[in-house]
Write a protein that binds this ligand. Structure first.
Ligand SMILES: NC(=O)N[C@@H](CC(=O)O)C(=O)O
Ligand SMILES: [Zn+2]
Ligand SMILES: [Zn+2]
Length: 429
């Protein structure tokens, strides 16, 4: 593997530009560095250098729905979006609820080699919410599963959730919950509020999320277990998290880029590209979520990248599947909602997109400081450049981006995985 010299980059967007030399997958020099023989040179021109992003919440759809995304195409989207590691959710077909499936996903991710693909294991067999899957077997498999979730569905039974949390403590793994009380969201189509009412959609109330988060925080507290809350969407959930953290609960939480930027005002377009679970909420929710992320009450950003086929999106709202693409647009949405607004600086972006997710997902080689001797998982971002989102040009098989045609700030210009360039100038290397 040839050395890579990143010339004139600003780590965390701070200070004067420096050269960063990468050899054998490790950062070996930072400062003013002479170009070594055979080195690939990246002229950074003062761009922002960050630790490679880590996504705790991705749907890669393989096995089962390769017509919408594969581990290969999803990995490409991730690398182009600045990611060096992703956690692939278990709601595949077959479900990733056993060692065979999680090892398959993990191996395929390694073969593709663009990002580290860490399979999430299901909490319950077949995501049915009836009995616990063999968490220990998945944890001890080659895939080394460290995050478990029934995402797409909520582990609604409190006894089962309690057992999962208690069992998780002996494995030192985290249970990630899709917080949705199913009894409160029967037939739900959109955020419960004035807009949904006017359009005649059954509402998805904030309380369906908040009641599960409150319950789970209490269960986790009493079990001494680690809980991770997926895609926080309401300001009330942020309040519950603040309370739970204050009393010492081992809880972490993520917010998606779309819940930071988009609101239920989008409903009036009737375009199912805006249908997602949990639904787009109000402008006040989005504002409070941004503040909670800046404050650390919400730990990190996760994409909930959810590719869907044309026939599952280009249809009547009520028949459409929920979910939207996220991997290639996440950095730009964070730049727009958090950096341009002054809520986070680039060091803060490193925290919410790399360091915290790596800690929560227990990835010791990711989210590391940009220092000599550290693994070279790195992302170079041009903070001043802008680009226009075009669904069909994204690397995903699917094209269901809610940002179609939008001009966004922040362009990922290079991604390095263990010292190897995986993406460069918008192309897979
Ligand atoms: N977010 C979504 O709307 N959809 C996800 C499932 C999920 O994250 O709950 C999917 O798998 O399509
Ligand atoms: Zn979910
Ligand atoms: Zn999801």
């Amino acid at each position: 593997m040839s050395p890579v010299l990143i010339k004139g980059a600003r780590p965390y967007g701070e200070g004067d530009p420096v050269d960063v030399l990468v050899e054998d997958g490790v950062i070996t020099a930072i400062g003013s560095v002479r170009v070594p023989d055979g080195a690939e040179v990246i002229e950074a021109g003062g761009q922002v250098l960050l630790p490679g992003f880590v996504d705790l919440h991705t749907h890669l759809r393989e096995p089962g729905r390769e017509d919408t995304e594969t581990i290969e195409t999803g990995s490409a989207a991730a690398a182009l979006g600045g990611y060096t590691a992703v956690f692939a959710m278990a709601n595949t077909d077959p479900v990733a609820d056993n060692a065979v499936v999680v090892e398959h996903v993990w191996r395929r991710g390694r073969e593709v080699g663009l990002v580290d693909v860490h399979p999430v294991g299901a909490v319950t067999v077949g995501l049915k919410g009836e009995k616990l899957a063999e968490l220990g077997t998945m944890n001890r498999s080659a895939a080394g599963v460290r995050v478990f979730s029934d995402d797409g569905l909520c582990v609604a039974d409190p006894l089962l959730m309690r057992r999962a949390l208690e069992y998780s403590t002996s494995l030192d793994v985290v249970i990630a919950q899709h917080a949705e009380e199913p009894r409160l969201t029967v037939g739900a189509q959109a955020h419960e509020g004035e807009r949904a009412a006017r359009l005649g959609y059954t509402g998805w109330p904030a309380s369906a999320e908040e009641s599960i988060v409150a319950r789970d925080c209490l269960l986790a507290f009493h079990a001494g277990a680690r809980l991770h809350v997926c895609h926080v969407s309401t300001s009330g959930t942020a309040d519950v998290l603040r309370w739970a953290k204050d009393r010492g609960t081992r809880v972490s939480a993520e917010v998606t880029p779309h819940h930071l930027l988009l609101t239920d005002e989008r409903l009036t377009s009737y375009d199912p590209v805006n249908k997602v679970n949990p639904p787009l909420r109000t402008g006040t929710d989005a504002e409070k979520l941004r503040a909670a992320l800046a404050e650390g009450v919400i730990d990190c950003v996760a994409t909930d990248h959810a590719p869907h086929a044309v026939q599952d999106k280009d249809c009547e709202w009520s028949a459409a599947r929920p979910g939207m693409l996220g991997l290639q647009t996440a950095l730009s949405i964070v730049a727009e909602t958090m950096v341009r607004t002054g809520l986070l600086d680039w060091r803060g972006v490193a925290r919410v997109m790399s360091e915290r997710p790596a800690e929560i997902g227990n990835l010791p080689d990711h989210g590391r400081p940009i220092e000599v001797g550290e693994p070279a998982n790195l992302t170079l971002v041009d903070p001043d450049a802008e680009w226009t989102v075009r669904g069909p040009e994204l690397a995903s098989v699917s094209a269901n981006t809610p940002y179609e045609g939008m001009r966004l700030p922040g362009v990922v210009t290079a991604t390095l995985l263990r010292g190897r360039i995986t993406a460069r100038e918008g192309k897979i290397a």
